[in-house]
Design a protein. Structure first.
Length: 288
């Protein structure tokens, strides 16, 4: 069974949850998130790297949304996959420590082998999944042509992948959340979950999104559109307890994890990051 979440998704099977917990135990999951309060708004961690704690206006679901805004003039995206290294899944924090990255977010959903992505995922030197699927968004980065944006979300409803394919070295495909016109394309669904997503704004900055407070994906997108983020593209990364964002700040690290979910709703019992196979990492420009 392919692991899917959201309005098109399949529920997680009990064996998968047990397997993930076993991985968490083996890999030394982190403890509860720090209780130190964080004020709503933006803080600059270093030039080109901003962390926001934003509260969408009603009728969006309650709870702060964590947004990391990344300037591609100062930072590069990097796809890091367990299948390209020692095949050991790690938390976002562990991936950052292992590869000298300042931040990491789930790259995309993965299959029941706990390694292979659901859709296309590849770099110049490694292929996690070579198959372009029916999902309609492709994150493209590691540009090969200086005339194109450093990072782009290719919308397959209005753009041809083959036109952009020769221009970038790395691709991650997943479910699109905004249309070419910036409209919410996710159908309303009763299931609520935490979520992680990646986007691009009108200034060309990369945006990592993490929402712990469970909501429907439709309502989350509506909330993000109402915030002053000026998003031009947005793509689903992961949902439920696996959804995570880690950021290394100058005097404090930030680790955000998702909550458990179920057919009747979600609980706040999960406080540890789960090991995942593939992450989008952030490295300072010029770093190896």
């Amino acid at each position: 069974m392919l692991r899917r979440t959201g309005s098109r998704g399949l529920g997680r099977a009990l064996p998968l949850a047990i397997g993930a917990l076993a991985l968490l135990a083996r890999c030394g999951g982190s403890g509860p998130p720090p209780s130190r309060p964080v004020a709503e708004g933006w803080q600059t961690l270093e030039p080109g790297l901003e962390l926001g704690f934003l509260l969408p206006p009603p009728p969006a679901p309650g709870g702060l949304i964590r947004v990391l805004r990344i300037d591609p003039a100062r930072f590069d995206l990097r796809l890091v996959a367990a299948s390209a290294h020692d095949r050991r899944n790690r938390t976002a924090k562990e991936w950052c420590a292992a590869h000298g990255m300042v931040a990491a977010l789930n790259a995309a959903m993965y299959q029941e082998d706990y390694s292979t992505s659901v859709s296309l995922m590849r770099t110049r030197t490694h292929v996690v999944n070579a198959r372009l699927t029916r999902d309609r968004a492709v994150l493209a980065f590691d540009r090969l042509d200086p005339g194109v944006p450093p990072v782009k979300i290719i919308d397959l409803e209005c753009e041809e992948f083959r036109a952009w394919e020769p221009l970038y070295g790395s691709f991650v495909q997943s479910i699109r959340m905004l249309s070419c016109a910036g409209e919410n394309v996710w159908q309303q669904h009763p299931r609520k979950s935490s979520a992680a997503a990646v986007g691009v704004d009108a200034a060309g900055r990369v945006v990592f999104v993490h929402a712990r407070v469970p909501s429907t994906t439709h309502d989350l997108i509506d909330g993000l559109v109402r915030l002053p983020l000026d998003l031009t593209g947005l793509m689903y990364a992961e949902g439920g307890p696996e959804a995570q964002l880690y950021v290394r700040g100058p005097d404090r690290d930030f680790e955000f994890v998702g909550a458990f979910e179920g057919a009747s709703g979600a609980s706040d019992d999960n406080h540890g990051a789960w090991p995942v196979p593939n992450v989008l990492g952030v490295v300072r420009r010029g770093q190896g």
